[in-house]
Design a binder for this molecule. Structure first.
Ligand SMILES: Nc1ncnc2c1ncn2[C@@H]1O[C@H](COP(=O)(O)OP(=O)(O)O)[C@@H](O)[C@H]1O
Ligand SMILES: [Mg+2]
Length: 602
């Protein structure tokens, strides 16, 4: 893995490698569609390797014939042949590079799309147990690792393997005796390098840990610099840092010493072997048992072999990391969403009426199996009816919405839409019947127009303007610098909470679904904005089955039916006046809020 300042590449380098490389096999289905490119890459690879292996033979020709007086005329031919081989090698290598990189980029693009699409299909329970950061790492860092392997390391490894086999064979062909001699020497060189190499690796890891210690110590202290100074703790922290830095230095020097010894041994031992083999070869040349060219050819093959072995060991780490990455990506792809369409989904009525019912529902979130979020919860709404859900925070109000969307299935009881258990619908067709305006609506990067169109992608500009006007948003949008084309989101304008809320209402109006869910849609607004949003909401609610979760009771007083929820159970139901008259939780909440309001007003 080349070092790079690219943070994604740096992250990729830190990802856990796999001990086995078998997981890479899972990439096969992603490669199969590109058989043709694979074949071309393979041919180019073999041709380039073959040309490289021919090179030492032509060098032998140059040495044996090029320098002798009687053959002076032929020298040109040999050098021309050398140039020709070089040109051929260049072309074949370029073709290999192009096809292999093409395959790498293509496979990674395919893997990314598959994983992203699959992640979008997974149920909320997946996102409860997997952090978003981890999912993103899999999409970016892990796919980069696969790209390194498919798009370069694999071909590099394959080429090196071909070269190892080819140059070893050619060494044997050139001189079995010198080959045998070389391979007696190799263990002598490798043994100390392997032993010391292990120590170096262990010390490098330690050294990295020490450096991490110093940075975390520095970070902690500097972040709390005011506390440090307030407690006049500078001296103690300096000492602590001194010890950490000196520790890091000590480890770095031990590692460097070990490395220096390894380098010295490596260079000396390999040089000694080369010298020894050359010596034996020179004796043979002098005794006319081989030509100078043959000796040159042998040495070149030996160099090719050594560098190919080196290259193989270098890419091994990449291959292991990519195997780890593949394992993690395939793990995501093998997950099945908990919420799936039944084999023969019931069609949703066109147009749907919008009757809702919770029928004795008990539900626990999968991450908290011991606490029920809803208990024996039964609720029935006629088409077009509007009710409010009221209750302390944590009572289970938002959970009602989660189940309405069928993000989870209840453990007991049923949720019905137009009299049909919602698990009998295709979730995507069913969810089209619901619009949601939540407390903190999401604004995506894009124009105002795009953000409203999110409610119904095929809507015309005219539809969008009408929806915005009905949501009491048209006026403020027109006053934005670019009106409906103003950019919102990360690199664009920031809207106030009330404006975001009205965009969300416009979105919901555009969606034009028979069921409307409002989750504390006005709780974070000031009075003026709330008045505007209420106007938009009134337009939106007309003719739709609506459930309003409200924190501020003033906003729902006029609704005929208010349902009071506590600890996942319905504890009261009626109009504002009835519930106040009856006393209990609602009456307490109401007297608290309205006396507060009076106190503020007075
Ligand atoms: N995703 C979740 N995973 C686990 N528990 C949850 C989750 N969401 C809510 N809960 C729990 O379920 C109960 C009801 O929560 P919620 O429906 O959000 O209440 P409300 O909207 O009335 O404030 C609370 O005890 C809450 O802690
Ligand atoms: Mg809530």
């Amino acid at each position: 893995m080349p070092r790079s300042s690219d943070p994604k590449a740096a992250e990729a380098a830190r990802r856990e490698p796999s001990k086995r490389i078998a997981p890479l096999r899972a990439l096969k289905p992603f490669l199969v569609p590109y058989r043709r490119q694979l074949l071309l890459a393979g041919i180019a690879l073999l041709l380039a390797a073959a040309a490289t292996l021919v090179l030492p033979m032509s060098v032998r020709g140059v040495i044996d014939h090029g320098f002798s007086q009687e053959d002076a005329g032929r020298i040109g031919q040999y050098f021309l042949a050398l140039m020709g081989i070089a040109g051929f090698m260049g072309l074949a290598s370029a073709a290999r590079f192009y096809f292999v990189t093409w395959i790498g980029e293509r496979v990674v693009a395919d893997v990314r799309e598959r994983v992203f699409g699959h992640v979008l299909s997974l149920s909320p329970s997946f996102f409860e147990v997997t952090r978003t950061g981890e999912v993103l790492s899999r999409l970016t860092a892990d796919t980069i690792l696969i790209q390194t392997v498919v798009g370069s390391s694999a071909s590099f490894a394959l080429r090196s393997l071909v070269m190892v086999i080819g140059s070893f064979t050619m060494m044997l062909v050139t001189s079995p005796k010198l080959t045998a001699l070389t391979f007696v020497g190799v263990p002598l060189v490798l043994a100390p390098i392997i032993i010391f190499g292990r120590k170096v690796r262990k010390l490098s890891r330690e050294s990295q840990d020490r450096i991490a210690d110093t940075s975390s110590l520095a970070g902690e202290t500097i972040n709390a610099v005011q506390t440090v100074q307030a407690f006049t703790h500078e001296e103690a922290d300096r000492t602590r840092f001194h010890h950490a830095v000196e520790g890091a230095f000590g480890t770095a020097i031990s590692r460097t010493r070990m490395r220096a010894i390894t380098t010295a041994l490596g260079i000396f031992l390999s040089g000694a072997i080369v010298a020894g083999v050359l010596w034996a070869g020179a004796i043979d040349v002098l005794a006319d048992r081989m030509t100078g060219g043959e000796l040159g050819q042998f040495i070149l093959y030996a160099i090719l072999l050594a560098s190919s072995v080196g290259a193989l060991s270098e890419v091994w780490g990449d291959v292991q990391r990519a195997a780890g990455a593949t394992e993690r990506l395939m793990e995501i792809l093998s997950l099945q969403p908990d919420i799936r369409a039944p084999l023969n989904p019931k069609p949703v009525g066109v147009p749907a009426r919008g009757a809702l019912a919770f029928d004795d529902v008990t539900f626990h979130y999968p991450s908290r199996p011991e606490d029920a979020a809803l208990v024996d919860f039964s609720l029935r709404l006629e088409p077009g009816e509007a009710i409010a859900l009221v209750g302390p925070s944590g009572a289970g109000k938002s959970t009602v919405f989660q189940l309405m969307f069928r993000f989870f299935d209840p453990q007991k009881g049923r949720v019905l839409f137009d009299g049909v258990d919602i698990s009998e619908f295709d979730p995507r067709a069913y969810r089209k019947q619901i619009s949601l305006v939540s407390q903190d609506p999401v604004i995506f990067a894009g124009t105002v127009m795009d953000n409203i169109r999110y409610g119904r992608p095929e809507a015309t500009e005219e539809d969008i303007r009408r929806a915005a006007d009905a949501a009491a948003a048209g006026e403020f949008i027109q006053r934005l610098p670019d009106g409906y084309n103003a950019m919102l989101g990360e690199r664009g304008l920031t809207l106030s909470a009330g404006q975001r809320q009205r965009i969300a209402i416009a979105r919901a109006i555009l969606r034009d679904a028979p069921v409307l869910l409002l989750d504390e849609a006005t709780s974070s607004l000031d009075a003026e904005n709330e008045r505007l949003v209420q106007k938009g909401l009134a337009n939106l609610m007309a003719g739709r089955t609506t459930i309003v979760i409200a924190h501020r009771l003033a906003t729902i007083q006029r609704l005929k039916r208010i349902v009071v929820v506590e600890h996942g159970r319905i504890v009261g139901e009626g109009s504002h006046a009835e519930l106040v008259a009856r006393g209990g939780l609602y009456a307490r909440l109401a007297s608290l809020q309205f006396s507060e309001a009076r106190a503020l007003a007075g």
